[in-house]
Design a binder for this molecule. Structure first.
Ligand SMILES: C[S@@+](CC[C@H](N)C(=O)[O-])C[C@H]1O[C@@H](n2cnc3c(N)ncnc32)[C@H](O)[C@@H]1O
Length: 219
């Protein structure tokens, strides 16, 4: 297992990606982003998107929700703010530069936390997941979508090969599902409620956790 990516490497990588991100990554991640936003819409209410990037997902929500987005990259957030010009997305309430491993929100501030193609890129995924759980109300959901590591076969070999080079580009092809599952078990206050491949290609995995109701969370 490779080390998790360093924060400064990600910041530098996404400062370079910001001007071209929508053109290059928009279509590539489209079906994963839509699946995660649809699952979040089903929860509804106050939604926090960690690693919101340039705000490509704004089209996938509607006025029944209230979206807050954070990202560690100032240039990515600047792009997301440009997208709000003309009042096109009135349901996007706030966009801030923030590290997902230290969320500047009170406990239980959100109904749903969404991470689209971000959890594999942070330098401490378990800490980020614990922060997501902390800011969720009891019964709220964490919804993640990502490419997760192929444990066997040619795809697995290729991912290991690409992993070294990919880091500097702000990508991470190798990340095992079991880390997410292990986090939930260790945390004790979040239950894994769904793991499924996103159609039509099954290249991305959607994972949902539900925050335990207050009385069953250990003090
Ligand atoms: C692959 S992009 C995904 C952007 C967007 N969610 C999408 O689907 O288009 C990953 C994003 O995560 C952000 N990111 C990386 N590490 C982060 C961290 N520790 N806290 C918040 N955002 C982070 C990057 O700056 C980048 O905008």
């Amino acid at each position: 297992m490779q080390r998790d990516p360093a924060k400064d490497v990600m910041e530098k990588a996404y400062a370079r990606w910001a001007p071209i991100y929508d053109v290059l990554c928009g279509p590539v991640f489209l079906n994963g982003r839509r699946a995660a936003a649809k699952a979040a819409q089903n929860v509804g209410g106050r939604i926090l998107e960690i690693g919101v990037g340039t705000g490509l997902s704004f089209d996938d929500y509607d006025a029944s929700t209230e979206i807050t987005g954070i990202d560690i990259s100032e240039p990515m957030i600047a792009r997301a703010r440009e997208r709000l010009a003309g009042g096109r997305y009135p349901y996007v309430k706030d966009l801030r530069v923030m590290d997902a491993s230290r969320l500047d929100y009170s406990d239980a501030s959100f109904d749903c936390v969404v991470g689209q193609f971000v959890i594999t890129l942070v330098d401490n995924p378990e800490q980020v997941l614990s922060e997501c759980a902390r800011v969720l109300r009891p019964g709220g959901q964490i919804i993640l979508v990502n490419h997760l590591y192929s444990e066997r076969g040619i795809a697995a070999a290729l991912e290991r090969l690409l992993a070294q080079k990919a880091r500097g580009l702000g990508l991470r092809p190798e990340f095992p599902f079991h880390r997410l599952q292990d986090w939930a078990q260790a945390h004790g206050g979040a239950e894994l409620i769904e793991r499924r491949k996103v159609k039509p290609f099954g290249f991305y995995t959607l994972v949902r956790f539900r925050r335990a109701e207050a009385r069953s969370v250990a003090a």
